[in-house]
Design a protein around this ligand. Sequence first.
Ligand code: MN
Length: 154
Amino acid sequence: MSESTPASNPEQPKTLRTSGSVAMDDYLEQILLLIEDNDENYARPVDVSRKLGISQASVTKMLKRLTTEDLVNHEKYGGTTLTEKGHTIAHAIVERHKTLTQFLRLFNINEQTIYKDVEGIEHHVSKATLNVITSLVAELEDNPVLLERIKKRI
Ligand code: MN
């Protein structure tokens, strides 16, 4: 299914799973991770810039766009917080990242490759496919014999 999937599709309420833009999703993901790391409950633009490896000027520009899209709020003290809509999307991306990472870690793939692959897949994987992967992770973690058999085939 492509981006043209109607928003009315009950299986995939698209608006809650993605902002519709890979770049914006990457920002929302990093902002949530920074907020979770920060006792003050906001993300500093300078940290967003560092985490994404993007210039501060570009970060400023994107934060404005995210504000316009009602995904983040700029607070007076210079911190960035997520709106409810932004948080829902960010949370969904972080969950997809965790599940996909858990899955690939079962197979001795190096961490750098896992990270790179997950950063791509997390933007496009459907809810149906993610459910399959979640079930596979649970089964394979409970069944090391099967896991070893699969690994030998790779
Ligand atoms: Mn990610």
